[in-house]
Design a binder for this molecule. Structure first.
Ligand code: ATP
Ligand code: MG
Length: 552
């Protein structure tokens, strides 16, 4: 795989330093998703970073499911995550589940209890919150904090054996209720949840909390650099505490970077799940979703996503990236890869009155002028065609150079045609447009007799392949919400527009996820869900133009 590692970042610098100083002999990273939803473009940033970093130093990357919360997790998510990581072009070294380590974690928790570093607490979740204090006030010690080791060992075992109800007891690390860092104020490390786990079934009814589980998982796997997002910066002292006090052999280092935020996009899995559950989108892979599966259905390629992730870089400060930048990278990729063909999104019929009835002429065209390897194709031309409704106006304003009564335009790859008459039905709607063509003006013959200002695309009516076009706009109108409103109040009611039209016969046998540029309309992907034997369905990936200029 091509690996564009030319650019540096602060994490890479840490790795280089660690290898130079002998602190590390190798680089082992991991991508640790919680299987509680589908992966999104933010995860792609983390995936690209972790896999490419290890790859550059001949290291390894594990895919590890951080499945410590049985209530929200599901094997559907596990499968989709594997598929998406692979599709992005990465191969993991080890495939692990945090739940594989439950036994080991339990032992480490017992070790903490024996060392007097953990205790069973009976305070309710609300009380624990109250006792925790605030940023300006220290916390209060739990009345259960000084239970004996024996009592704690007994209670913790009974928690494990299912003798207590959810929320009745927790295991807490005994650190410092007066710490200026709230995460260090005796954090909960185990809770009771009588729930069936997608991997361990009903074996466990106590589950480790993220802050306890994650460092242990990293240490067990020998992770050297544990890369996570900035919100965990204040958790790092706890991460280090767990590694130290649990006496883990390996000592991974947590390094935080800024998560990706995109304009007009919600990224949290909780919100994305809400969009699915509320029926605002089709499913997790709806092409309007910023999920990897949604982007795939929309027509994004792994290369475009990886290039985007490299270009946004890795930093320590949160920022908002313009979604136009993501669009820039798919245009760049498809510019060369996609054949440039013709499709009519909102058809109106054109009859060329001086073209012989029944005659069909095959016109030849390059599939992509910027990539001759894509070859040539034949486009049938005949007396009746479809053009796009937006390419005709009965009463055009000044500077409208497309078709209107009395005007002449070029049909792409074909002839000049001139509009002579507009035929309407009894309701006054345009039925067909009557034109004449000039046989002298055939494309590629070097005709220089006169010029026309407009070139429009078309398909031959008798050869046209019916197609549905799905045109997308931002799902989210505004990144900010008014007070008392949620992101659901910012949903764009016009995020999807569907039209019925035609494409040229070249595309008749197109397969799901084949990609085309429909000239002047943008890049399109054959939808893998809705396309049938009888009808092609196209998702518009992106239009052709953007005002966005990338700084390079
Ligand atoms: P979400 O808030 O979307 O649910 P999460 O962080 O809870 O995300 P995880 O499944 O725990 O989701 O994430 C797996 C990895 O992906 C973590 O290391 C996390 O830091 C990283 N990650 C998640 N969202 C982003 C993002 N927007 N940008 C960069 N990395 C991200
Ligand atoms: Mg999470």
């Amino acid at each position: 795989m091509e690996n564009n590692n030319a650019s540096s970042n602060f994490i890479k610098n840490i790795v280089i330093e660690d290898l130079k100083s002998g602190k590390r002999k190798e680089v082992i990273t991991r991508f640790p998703p919680e299987p509680n939803g589908y992966l999104h473009i933010g995860h792609a940033k983390s995936i690209t970073l972790n896999f490419e970093l290890a790859d550059e130093f001949n290291g390894r990357t594990n895919l590890r499911f951080d499945d410590t919360n049985p209530i929200k997790e599901d094997t559907e998510y596990v499968e989709s995550i594997k598929e998406d990581v692979r599709w992005l072009g990465f191969e993991w070294d080890g495939l692990y589940f945090a739940s594989d380590y439950f036994e080991e974690m339990y032992k480490r928790a017992v070790l903490l209890i024996k060392k007097g570093k953990a205790y069973v607490c009976d305070l309710s979740p609300e009380e624990i919150r109250e006792y925790r204090g605030t940023l300006t006030e220290p916390g209060k010690e739990s009345p259960y904090r000084n239970r004996t080791v024996e009592e704690n060992l007994d209670l913790f075992e009974r928690m494990k054996n299912g003798e207590f109800k959810d929320g009745e007891k927790v295991l807490r690390a005994k650190i410092d209720m007066a710490s200026p860092n709230i995460n260090m104020r005796d954090p909960v490390i185990y809770r009771i949840a009588h729930a069936t786990h997608h991997n361990t079934g009903d074996k466990w009814c106590i589950y480790p909390m993220y802050d306890f589980a994650h460092p242990i998982e990293d240490a067990i796997e020998g992770i050297t650099h544990s890369i996570c997002t900035l919100e965990f910066e204040d958790h790092r002292p706890l991460y280090d505490w767990v590694i130290r006090e649990c006496e883990m052999e390996n000592q991974p280092q947590q390094i935080e970077f800024a998560r990706l935020n995109l304009t007009n996009t919600v990224m949290s899995k909780r919100k994305l799940k809400l969009l699915v559950d509320e029926g605002i989108v089709d499913a997790w892979d709806d092409p309007r979703m910023p999920t990897i599966s949604g982007l795939r259905r929309r027509g994004y390629t792994p290369e475009a996503i990886r290039n985007f992730c490299r270009a946004i870089g890795v930093s320590k400060s949160n920022s908002l990236v313009d979604v136009a930048m993501l669009e820039h990278f798919i245009r760049e990729d498809l510019k060369i890869k996609a054949p440039r063909t013709m499709g009519v999104l909102r058809p109106i019929k054109v009859v060329i009155t001086n073209y012989p009835e029944g005659k069909v002429e095959m016109l030849e065209a390059e599939n992509n002028q910027d990539n001759l390897e894509l070859g040539k194709r034949q486009i049938p031309f005949s007396r009746e065609l479809y053009i796009d409704a937006e390419d005709f106006m009965e009463n055009p304003p000044k500077k409208y150079f497309r078709l209107f009564p009395g005007n002449e335009v070029r049909l792409k790859h074909a002839y000049f045609i001139k509009c002579n008459e507009v035929i309407k039905d009894e309701n006054g709607n345009i039925k067909e447009i009557h034109c004449t063509y000039d046989p002298e003006t055939k494309s590629g013959t070097g005709f220089t007799g006169r010029k026309v200002k407009g070139t429009i695309h078309w398909v031959s009516a008798q050869h046209a392949v019916p197609a549905e076009f799905r045109l997308y706009n931002s799902l989210i109108l505004d990144d900010e919400q008014e007070e008392g409103k949620t992101f659901l109040d910012n949903i764009n009611p016009n995020s999807l527009e569907i039209t019925q039209g035609f494409v040229e016969p070249f595309m008749k046998n197109a397969k799901p996820n084949d990609k085309f540029q429909l000239v002047r309309h943008g890049y399109f992907n054959v939808d893998p869900k809705y396309t049938t034997k009888d009808k092609l369905v196209f998702n518009r990936t992106v239009s052709l133009k953007s005002s966005f200029k990338i700084q390079q």
